[in-house]
Design a protein around this ligand. Structure first.
Ligand code: UDP
Length: 387
């Protein structure tokens, strides 16, 4: 921020459900009395456009109407990325922000990051540095790695992510642990039961007497045989299993799908409903990175039917169990996976990740961003240009 300009202008690019939720936390923080000197301009790429994956979150979480809507709609990853690039570039040039902020690991994250880099604007990546060390099964990992390496500032939800970045040469003033925006939101939302509409009671379920399951990752939905087998395993549970079905999973199943046994399929629900359903559940089965963390915040165990260990801090303390594609393990865990008594606090920060993120941005911009020379530790030895 130059001496003339005391308020930093940040363009935040969002496009998918988890990003609307996190952008809403940032927007709330900017409305507080001790708000940091940042103005957020919101761009909605249109990657998610269903009401219950998009506008619902603007309404429920008080996210201001986007300043720009790109309306890219569904498309495969390369086309969606290209469309965002094409429509975002003129907006970034016009807005000429002090920085561009992207969150997480979607196509909107990658496109926003790349566009900022190509327009010569400083990039901030929130929720940087998470790795499961797999790229083929998890296209999101590619998006996250790319955004991290393009960013001037990588802000992490966990200390593990900060360590991952260091291992890739992203360290010092470029990387900082600020905590998880979802934890900020959870701490507030958990005391707002009046904002819930779909609740265990409204579904006729007893507290502790059901499981919650969410399935939407390509790894689980792209192969219809895998998706059906997964749902059949859930259908065999001894307790009812509530499944707010993501449109991607519903589309993959087709109209003819039959759901029996323990399954209770419902439409995707609002954020506050997820928190209520998590609090009431015995265990959850999920391939959502957000829900794994929210289950931990709500002190409920999560079972993760995916290859790789997502949110490894939670796995390490014994509250999340990755079962890969092993359906027998999944079936066993559904009946018997219980967390340890010990619960570790503070893994996701102090509950003010939003404040930390804005302060990091303001400090970095106030520092004048420095010379745009960046060399990973050791690289100079081989490049012969150490100074
Ligand atoms: N979520 C929601 N309604 C649902 C399922 C999930 O509001 O029916 C919320 C959930 O509480 C979390 C976020 O969506 O905050 C996670 O988004 P998603 O599962 O789409 O993405 P991921 O976390 O895997 O990136």
């Amino acid at each position: 921020v130059s001496a003339k300009k005391s308020v930093a202008k940040v363009v935040t690019v969002v496009g998918a459900r988890p990003q609307f939720i996190k952008a809403a936390v940032l927007a709330r923080r900017l409305r507080e009395p001790d708000a940091p000197p940042v103005r957020q301009v919101l761009v909605h790429t249109g990657q998610h456009y269903d009401d219950n994956l998009s506008d619902l979150f603007f309404r429920q979480l008080g996210l201001p109407e986007p300043d720009h809507r790109l309306g890219v709609g569904s498309a495969d990853a390369p086309l969606q990325t290209a469309r965002i690039l094409e429509r975002l570039a003129p907006i970034l040039r016009n807005e000429a922000p002090d920085a561009v902020l992207v969150v997480g690991d979607t196509n909107s994250t990658l496109a926003g990051a790349l566009c900022a880099a190509q327009c010569g604007l400083p990039l901030v990546h929130v929720e940087a540095g998470e790795r499961i060390w797999r790229r083929r099964q998890a296209p999101e990992e590619v998006n996250r790695v790319m955004a991290d390496h393009l960013a001037r500032l990588c802000l992490t939800a966990t200390r593990q992510a900060e360590a991952n970045l260091l291992a890739e040469g992203i360290a010092g003033a470029r990387a900082r642990f600020t905590g998880d925006l979802l934890f900020d939101l959870f701490r507030w939302a958990v005391d707002q039961p009046q904002l819930r509409t779909v609740t265990p009671a409204s579904l006729g379920l007893e507290p502790g007497g059901y499981l919650l399951a969410t399935i939407h990752r390509a790894e689980n939905t792209d192969d219809p045989a895998r998706l059906s087998a997964l749902l059949e395993t859930l259908a065999g549970a001894s307790l009812p299993v509530v499944v707010p079905l993501h449109p991607r999973a519903r589309a993959a199943l087709g109209d003819s799908a039959r759901f029996g046994g323990a399954l209770r399929m419902i439409d995707p629900v609002g954020y506050f409903d997820v928190i209520g359903l998590l609090e009431g559940c015995r265990r959850c089965v999920t391939d959502s990175g957000g829900v794994i963390r929210e289950a931990y915040f709500a002190r409920r165990p999560s079972i993760v039917p995916m290859h790789g260990a997502y949110w490894p801090d939670i796995v390490r303390v014994g509250w999340s169990l990755p079962v890969g594609h092993d359906l027998e393990r999944l079936a066993g865990a559904i009946e018997g996976f219980d967390p340890p008594e010990r619960y570790e606090e503070g893994l996701f920060g102090d509950g003010d990740a939003a404040g930390g993120i804005f302060n990091a941005i303001a400090e970095t911009l106030a520092g004048g961003l420095g010379e745009d020379v960046w060399q990973p530790p050791g690289a100079g030895l081989f490049a012969g240009r150490q100074s």
